[in-house]
Design a protein around this ligand. Structure first.
Ligand SMILES: C[S@@+](CC[C@H](N)C(=O)[O-])C[C@H]1O[C@@H](n2cnc3c(N)ncnc32)[C@H](O)[C@@H]1O
Length: 257
């Protein structure tokens, strides 16, 4: 599929305008959304411990997850990419504030559309690729996975995050917000089921090595009562490990090509 400049501009505009708000989702506030974003950070940081070497984040956002991983010192080099310049400003700030100079000096920030990205060194491959919160905003899951697989070393891992449409709360939220989101932002969020992720991975030559679900995902829970929603997220953590609205996938090349 060709890049659609109108879609890409709409995404860039949304994340430029919401960058500060987005970053605040990682603060230790007692809301259901903050709970889920902080859980994402913890689970991805744990999964990234399986890898070392070169890290690539293909949509780094405000940088909380990638800098938390880099702070552990397992990666020698990192490339953090995003389509939004305002997001990358926040990443630069995070790097300055949170990372030791020897780690910070090995990080490359790139403002680019992932579908246009090619490493400067065409032989460059990554040991760990983060793809978190992106696929809903591209609608091009298989194409993206093929691209990322081509950037992965033989035994490398891709950590993919998606909200799942299998979850009842996600379906309710889509029903009530899909058209409003489109009218406001000019593009539609794409939703995936676990089965959609499984078949896109198979088509892209990747296998799902592990996956973890999390977040109760009560639709509009924070809208009604943020603190109460946070308490429900805490209470239903075990349930969410099986039925949660969010998933983190650990992907590996299937070795067939
Ligand atoms: C929901 S945020 C996720 C940020 C981060 N990965 C995280 O988990 O917190 C999605 C990010 O993807 C970026 N993005 C969207 N489409 C993109 C594209 N085609 N290429 C690169 N970045 C993109 C947005 O600018 C935004 O920062």
């Amino acid at each position: 599929m060709q890049n659609d400049p109108i879609h890409d501009e709409a995404v860039r505009k949304l994340f430029n305008e919401s960058s500060e708000n987005y970053a605040s989702l990682f603060l230790p506030k007692k809301t259901g959304k903050n709970f889920a974003f902080r859980k994402r950070l913890v689970l991805v940081s744990e999964a990234a411990q399986q890898a070392s070497g070169q890290l690539f984040d293909c949509a780094t956002g405000s940088g909380e997850v990638s800098t938390a991983i880099l702070a552990k010192g397992r990666f020698e080099r990192a490339t953090l990419l995003d389509i939004s310049p305002r997001m990358l400003d926040l990443v630069a700030k995070q790097i300055n504030e949170k990372l030791a100079r020897n780690i910070a000096s090995q990080i490359e920030l790139i403002r680019e559309n992932i579908f246009c990205f090619a490493p400067k060194d065409e032989n460059c491959k990554y040991d760990c690729i983060l793809c978190l919160g992106l696929i809903a905003h591209t609608g091009r899951l298989k194409e993206l996975l093929v691209l990322l697989r081509g950037l992965l070393v033989k035994d490398g891992i891709i950590l993919l995050q998606s909200t799942l449409l299998d979850h009842f709360g996600t379906r309710v939220e889509r029903f009530f917000s899909e058209e409003r989101f489109f009218r406001k932002h000019g593009y539609k969020i794409t939703y995936y089921r676990h089965q959609d992720v499984t078949s896109a991975c198979a088509d892209a030559g990747l296998e799902i090595f592990a996956h973890k679900r999390f977040s109760l995902g009560l639709p509009f829970g924070d809208h009604f009562w943020g603190w109460g929603n946070y308490q429900l997220e805490l209470f239903f953590q075990r349930w969410a490990e099986v039925h949660g609205s969010e998933a983190i996938y650990v992907l590996k090349a299937d070795g067939k090509a």
